[in-house]
Unconditional design. Structure first.
Length: 417
């Protein structure tokens, strides 16, 4: 299936249907969980630097709030559509449930290309978004955070705009803020760090030694860069390949992750890093390595290449990198997938810690954040692993069964279903 035909929301519904079937959920509950509770679509006029107005499309989907206020990132991407946002909002619902934090799932997006926008244009877009969407945001309603191509600076502008409208302090309205504005220690690398903790636990269960083993990183944004750094630091991996939207590089002897991140930040790409050969994004996914970190966008491991994936562990730091057909193939080939909404739940977990600190107006040291994140991720991994062993299903289905059960129970207790 070409990516043009691929609809991530169809994938999200398909995954849910399978889990709901396995759990034996009644028809009403299943149907309720297949759809977002609320969707908000906005039109955003922004004055560009050339003096002309450009009109952007923005979205916020509050998928499910049975377990608490909806929570999830805000993605600025040229390919953003209501369906990508719906899928990502559904995955946030399962993500907050699998790590057992008292929040629901939501997601936002703007169809735009921030790489072609100045700082001023980005600020005006961020503020314009809050002027429209702010009416459905708030710490007891729905709380955004960073995601693909959005940054702590963008969160800062959005918080400021919200506070200007409300005429009072509201640091908890958004997470992933810069630390001087109420951001949490440890939020920056939390997504990748949580993935490292789950990989560590998976390797123990599978009897794989990670020290000196090989790792490959597909996608080199926030999650991918920290995957390289922390893969080396926490797991002792040797990073042999990395890629970004322009292409990839490989050195089978291993690369210095710190130097590679520095090169990426200075040049905008991993390409041209000394002592490496070029490799395509497609070939990187099929590399013979111990851990593969898909860390970019959805729909990269599909029925046509899943059979060639050789990594022992696939730690999905991206949202939705693997299609349902590919999951079956990976399971048959005994490739162990740590599914996205478990593997990358560290980001929202520290976002939740950030909200807790904002509410108390009292801030934690970094080691406390790491300790509590490890506790949450390790517990979540084992909840999923126990289900995987008990039900003899592939790991994603096991994670869905854990998460969907929790959301369905909450909805039932409220009398919704
Ligand atoms: N955007 C991140 C995710 O997909 C973090 C969401 C959050 O912190 O609310 O999990």
């Amino acid at each position: 299936m070409s990516s043009a035909e691929y609809n991530p929301f169809t994938t999200a519904q398909q995954q849910l249907d399978e889990a709901a079937g396995k759990l034996g959920l009644d028809k009403g509950t299943r149907e309720f969980l297949r759809w977002p509770q609320r969707e908000f679509v906005v039109t955003l006029p922004v004055r560009m630097d050339d003096g002309k107005v450009k009109v952007f499309r923005g979205y916020r989907v509050q998928y499910n709030s049975a377990r608490g206020p909806t929570k999830g990132g805000l993605r600025w991407h040229p390919d953003e559509t209501i369906d990508t946002v719906r899928a990502l909002a559904a995955w946030m619902t399962w993500k907050t449930a699998v790590v057992d934090i008292p929040l629901g799932g939501g997601k936002g997006g703007v169809t735009c290309n921030p790489k072609e926008m100045s700082q001023g244009e980005q600020e005006r877009l961020a503020r314009g978004y809050v002027r429209q969407v702010g009416r459905i945001l708030g710490v007891t309603k729905d709380v955004p955070a960073p995601d693909v191509y959005t940054t702590p600076q963008i969160m800062a502008w959005m918080m400021d705009e919200f506070e200007a409208i409300q005429e009072e302090s509201h640091p908890g309205v958004i997470t992933g803020k810069p630390i001087p504005l109420g951001g949490s220690q440890g939020r920056g690398d939390a997504t990748a760090r949580g993935g490292m903790y789950t990989t560590r636990e998976a390797a123990k269960k599978l009897g794989i030694e990670l020290k000196g083993a090989t790792g490959a990183v597909q996608g080199f944004g926030n999650a991918g860069q920290y995957a390289a750094l922390l893969g080396e630091e926490i797991l002792g991996l040797k990073i042999i390949a990395a890629s970004d939207s322009r292409g990839g590089i490989i050195n089978p002897a291993g690369m210095d992750a710190k130097a590679l991140v520095k090169h990426k930040l200075e040049t905008g790409t991993v390409q041209g890093f000394p002592n490496t050969e070029p490799i395509s994004n497609e070939d990187l996914l099929e590399l013979d390595c111990t851990v593969l970190f898909p860390s970019a966008l959805e729909n990269v491991i599909r029925s046509n290449n899943a059979g060639n994936v050789k990594a022992d562990i696939i730690c999905e730091l991206a949202n939705g990198p693997t299609t349902p057909e590919a999951d079956e193939i990976l399971a048959k080939n005994k490739r162990f997938v740590i599914p996205d909404f478990l593997a990358n739940a560290g980001g929202v977990t520290v976002s939740y810690f950030e909200q807790v600190q904002n509410t108390y107006n009292y801030y934690w040291p970094l080691d406390l954040v790491h300790e509590r994140l490890d506790e949450k991720m390790t517990k979540a991994f084992h909840d999923v692993y126990d289900m995987y062993m008990k039900e003899d299903v592939h790991p994603r289905l096991a994670a869905y069964m854990v998460a969907v059960r929790r959301v369905a129970d909450a909805a039932k207790l409220r009398g919704w279903v």
